[in-house]
Design a protein around this ligand. Sequence first.
Ligand code: 26Q
Length: 814
Amino acid sequence: MAKQAVSRIEQIKDTIEDKLKREYGRTLKNATDEEMFQAVALSVRDMMLDKWVKAGQEIADRQLKRLYYLSAEFLTGRALVNNMISLDVLDDYKAVMKKIGYSFDKLEEEEIEAGLGNGGLGRLAACFLDSLSTINLPVVGHGIRYEYGIFRQRIVNGEQVEEPDDWTIKGDVWEIERREEQAEIRFEGTVEEMWTDSGLTAVHKNYQSVFAVPYDMPIMGYKSRMPATLRLWRAECPALFDLHSFNKGDYMCMIQQRELAESISKVLYPEDDHVAGRLLRLKQYYFLASAAMQCMVRDHKKRYGDVLSLPDKVVIQINDTHPALAIPELMRILLDEEGLGWDEAYGIVSSVFNYTNHTVMQEALEAWPEQLFKSLLPRVYSIISAMNDRFSHELWQAFPGEWDKISHMSIIAYDEIRMANMCIAVCSAVNGVSQLHGNILKTQTFRDFYVISPGKFTAITNGITQRRWLAVCNPSLTELISDYIGDSFLFDYRELERLKPFIDNQSFLNSFHQIKAQNKERLAEYVLKNQGVNINPEFLFDVQAKRLHEYKRQLLKVLHILHLYNRLTQDETFSLPVPVTFLFAAKASPGYRKAKDIIRLIGAVADLVNNHPRTKNYLKVVFLENYNVSLAEVLIPAADISEQISTAGREASGTGNMKFMLNGAVTLGTMDGANVEILEQVGKENMFIFGALAKEIANMEMRNSYQPKALFDANNDMQSALSRLIDGTLPVNDPHRFDTIYNSLLYGDYDRADKYFVLYDFEAYGNMFETVLKTYTEKYNWTKKAAINTACAGFFSADRTVDEYNKRIWRLMQ
Ligand code: 26Q
C-alpha cells in the first residue's frame, strides 16, 4: 500500500479515537456499536464540512444564482456509505475497520435511515440533491424535519400493522441546528386593509405564531466541490414559558398550546393516493412554504441589498403542489413587507417559480376547502383570491362565454382552492416527469391550460443517482464495470454505454451472471434473518417493489400466480421450465382499505402456494415487510425480473423501473411512464412489453366501453383464477374476506367498471410471462439481456435529468 494511503488510514483512525474519547469518554475497545457509528459518522462529517464551508464561500464570492428545491418529502435513506463513496474514502474506512477489528457491515447496519418520504416523489428529491451536488450546481433543498417519518410496517397474521418511525431517537449525526436562523410563521387571525402613505396595505392581526427552526444537512455529491444543503424545518412553540397564561393559572392550557404548535412537524402523512382536506397537513405545507420563503428573501437581501434582483439570483422548483403556498407567500412578503406593488411583485414571483407535476389522477390533485383555508391563512387567502380574479379575467379574454371551461380552470371554484391550477397559472415552467406523462398533461389533464400557454409545458424524464443505486447497493457489479471501462461512469453517465462492446464477451457475461447469483444469495440471507423465510437463489426472482396502489396492479400479478397454481394443481403434465420466487414489497396508506386487503390477499396466496405439495416445487411467494430505501438496496440488485405493470397512462414515470434496469434486471412491463423510454433504450428484444396502450385505455374510458364481465365469461383461465378469491380455497378465517376485490374487478365500484383494467391485461400478461420463463432457461441469452439493460441505463441517471432542468429552466452556473 502506498505511503500516503497508510498515513490517511492512520489519520482516520486517530480521528475516530478522538471522537470516541471526547464525545463519549470511550476507547476503540469499549465503545458500543452505536457510539462507534456516531464517531465514524462524525469523522466523515468533518470532511464534508470542510467542503461545505468552501462551497459557501465560493457561492458568495462569485455571487452564484441558487436553486431552491422545495419538497414536502426527502427520502434520503442511510448516508454513511454514500458519503464515504462521494468523498472517495470508502476503501480507507474499510481498511481502518479491518485494522481495529470492527465489522464494517455492522457499522453500516447501525444507521437508522431517514424515511422522510412516501415513495417516488420523495426519493426523486434525494436523488436530485445528490446529482446537483455531483455536477457542482448550487442548491438548497427545503423540507420538513418530521419527527416520525414513513411508518414501519409489520405484517401480523397477514395484515399490515403500522408502527411509528422514531428515526431521530439517537440524534441525527448529519444535521446541524441553526437556531439563530429561525423564522416566525403566522396562522389564523384577521386581515385588515388600511390606506397608508404607500397605498392600500394589509395588516395581519391576532395571529398565532409558531417558530420554524432549521436543521441543515450537507448532501455530498460524488467527488463534488459543492455539497448541497438540505434544510429541514422543525416547529417549535414561540415562548419557552408564556408567563401571561402561567400567571392566569392556565398552566395546562399553556402546555397544550405548546404541544399543538409542535405537532406541525410531528409526522409525515403516509398517504400519496388521495387525500382529505386535513387541517394539519395544510399547516405543514404553509409552515414549510413560509419558512423557506422568509429564509430565501432574508438571505438574498443580506447578499444583494434589495429584492428586485431576486430573479437573477434564485430560481425555485416546487416538487408537486405540496410546497405551492410558497407562491402566495412570496407575494405576501414582497407586498406587505417589502412594499412592492402588485405587478412588480407578481412579475418576480412568476419568473422565479417552476412546478413539477407527478400525477394525473384526479384524486391526488390537491384541493383545499375554501373556508378552512381562509380561517387558517387569511392573508394568503386574500392574495390567492386576488390572483384568481386576475386569472379569471385573462381566461374570460381567452374563452369568452365558456363558463364551464373557465370555472374548470380557475384557482378557486366550487368552494375549493386548487393548487395545481394556481401553479400552472403563475409558474414559468410546468413539467411532467416522463415523455408520455408530459404529453398526457398537455393533451388531457391540463389541455385547456396548454391552449393558452403552450410554451410553459415541458417534459423532463426522471432519473436516479448511479452512486446510491449502483455503487452503494451493488459494489460487486460496480467493480466489474470498473474493471472493463474504468469508474468514470460514476460521474459521467454517458460512459456506461462503453459496456456495450462487452455484451458478447464470454468472461464478462460469466462474471455478470455470478454477481447476480451472489446478490440473490445476499437477499436470501437477509430474508432468512429478518423474516425467518427460506428462499432458494436457484429460483428466478420476480420482484414488484413499490407503494401499494390499485393502479400499480399488484393484483394482476396475484391473479397470475393463482392461475399458475390452478394449472399446476389441475394438470400433472404441466410444469414450469424454471421455478419462480415472487417477491412483493409495498406499504399501503393506513386508510386505504382496498390496498390493505390486497396485502392480506398476497399473504393468503403465499400460504396457499408455498404449502401445496406440488406447487411449492415451482412457486414461492414472499411478502417482504417494511419496504424502505435500505431494503431496496438489497432487493433490487437481486432481481431477475422487474415488474412494472401499471395501467398504461397512470404511472407518471416510475423510478424503481430505472433502478432495477441499472442492476441488470429485465423489465416485464406495460407501455407506461418511463417504461416507454426504457424500451427506446434497450430495444424490444431486451424487454417484455405487454398490455393495453395508454391511448386504448383512454379510448375505453371515453366510451365507457370496458366490459370485464364479458372477458371473464369468455376466458376459462380467468374464471378459474378469479374464483379462487371467493371459493374458499384461500386459507383465511373469513371466507368472504376477498369478496370486495372480486366484485370490484368484475363489476367495478359504483357504476364504473374497474378503473385499472386488471382483467383487460390478464391474458397478455400470462402469455408474456410464459415467454419470460422460456427465455430465462437460455442462461447465456438471458444474461446478455440483463447486461444490455445495465449498459443502456446511463440515460436514466439523475445527472442527465438535472442537467436538462438546468438547461431548460434553472440556468445555473457550475
Ligand atoms: C395529495 C393531496 C394532498 C396532499 C398530498 C398529496 C400527495 C402526497 C404525496 C400526492 C402525491 C404524493 C406522492 C406522489 C408520488 O410519489 N408520485 C410519484 O412520483 C415519482 C417521481 O416523479 C414518479 O416516478 C411516480 O410515477 C409517481 O407516482
